[in-house]
Design a protein around this ligand. Structure first.
Ligand code: 2PG
Ligand code: MG
Length: 399
């Protein structure tokens, strides 16, 4: 693959913040990847940018991109991406680090270009099984319907303490599932009398966790959906205590686990992400032990797509599912290692957007290509719909 041009630029994400986009021009065409940005980030994620900020990252990236122009990279399979990683690492040791958002964009745009160079769809290029004649299974969407926590501004001083109230269809096709979620989302708006959306397009409300769950239960029943939660517990945890504001209450570790278990039972919750703070492996273990296999106990801030932490969580029986966010670790080669480990250990994978998203659908290809069982995004909003539509297109092309 001959690099004719490699052009970095700033684009705005859905929150209006600047993020990095890279355009690669080869003889096969032009390819673009832009990095998403998190707000409720895990403590163990790699830094998103250089320690001096995004402008410093961009300065370095401009130099790096210029150096790579007119060079040739032989990338026949995902492993060959290591050739690019080597060049990145060498540059970083001499000139300073880019940050995970930037390395994510570099590796992804090279893979995208390489897929075309090999006459393959992106998802197909990174999928090992399709090369053995197997059709990939489409994921199911996990859709953020109602929001609270860090992603939502308060209404009259209030918001739910949990970050995300999710709807999870179980349908034959992804297209049908995404459509059902959209209808259910509109119905939820009616019941909530919601008037505005949060960072991820989920409905804002001043209701408590339980009041929202009551609404969600009605919605889920009508549309035959499963209920999920991203509690994002670390965002309201401090020195041993979970500080609830709506209603005002402090819970210690034991109370927190009890509370989450009670909610799981009462609302038949299928999916619980980050129910305990991000370093409490034993707390997750306790949850998993209680729900056994009935509910997905999902690590996000706990695992941060980092193989070391994923190993610890899986070997310690703390999770049966995990969030995969490529920019948490900043390297697709490492994402691939995490994916292989999950497959081997039968850990359910949920490929996830970030709260600050761009008009980029690469995540959909990663999800299908790496065999994720779920794709977590907002249900509405152009940055979310573009990813859902990409899975629909892949699904259609395989029919
Ligand atoms: C999460 C994500 C996405 P953020 O906590 O799962 O919903 O949030 O991108 O802000 O880390
Ligand atoms: Mg999360």
């Amino acid at each position: 693959m001959f690099i004719r041009e490699l052009v970095p630029s700033f684009v705005k994400n859905s929150r209006g913040e600047r993020t990095v986009q890279i355009m690669l021009v080869t003889y096969e065409g032009r390819f673009k990847v832009s990095a998403p940005s998190g707000k409720s980030k895990g403590k163990h994620e790699v830094p998103s940018y250089n320690s001096k900020g995004i402008d410093r990252s961009m300065k370095l990236l401009r130099v790096f991109c210029r150096r790579l122009e007119n060079r040739n990279f032989m990338i026949r399979k995902i492993d060959d991406l290591k050739k690019v990683v080597e060049v990145v690492r060498r540059f970083e040791t001499r000139y300073g680090r880019f940050g995970g958002n930037v390395t994510y964009a570099i590796e992804s745009v090279f893979l995208k270009g390489a897929a075309a160079d090999n006459n393959k769809e992106f998802w197909e290029f990174i999928n090992d099984e399709v090369n053995n004649g197997k059709k990939p299974k489409m994921p199911m969407p996990v859709g953020n319907c109602i929001g609270g926590g860090l992603h939502s501004k308060v209404i009259d001083g209030k918001r739910p303490d949990f970050q995300e109230f999710l709807l999870i269809p179980k349908e034959k096709t992804f297209s049908r599932a995404a459509t059902v979620n959209l209808r259910a989302y509109e119905y939820a708006r009616k019941l909530l009398k919601a008037r505005s959306r949060n960072d991820e397009g989920a409905w804002r409300t001043n209701k408590t966790n339980e009041e929202v769950l009551d609404v969600l239960k009605t919605v889920a029943k009508k549309y035959k959906l499963r209920i999920g939660l991203d509690i994002a517990a670390s965002t309201f945890y401090d020195k041993g205590y979970y500080n609830y504001k709506n209603k005002s209450l402090v819970r210690d570790k034991v109370d927190q686990a009890d509370y989450v278990e009670r909610l799981i039972k009462k609302y038949k919750i299928f999916y619980v992400e980050d129910g305990m703070q991000e370093e409490d492996f034993s707390g997750y273990k306790e949850l998993l032990n209680v729900v056994k296999k009935g509910t997905l106990i999902v690590g996000d801030d706990l695992t941060t797509t980092n193989l070391k932490l994923v190993r610890r969580a899986v070997n310690g029986e703390a999770i049966n599912a995990m969030i995969v966010k490529p920019n948490q670790i900043g390297s697709i080669i490492e994402v691939r290692d995490v994916v292989n480990f999950c497959k081997k250990n039968k850990i359910v994978m949920i490929f996830s957007h970030r709260s600050g998203e761009t008009m980029d659908d690469t995540l959909a290809d990663y999800c299908v290509g790496f065999g994720g069982q779920f794709l977590k995004t907002g249900i509405f909003g152009r940055e979310r719909l573009i990813k859902l539509r990409r899975v629909m297109m892949i699904e259609k092309s395989l029919r």
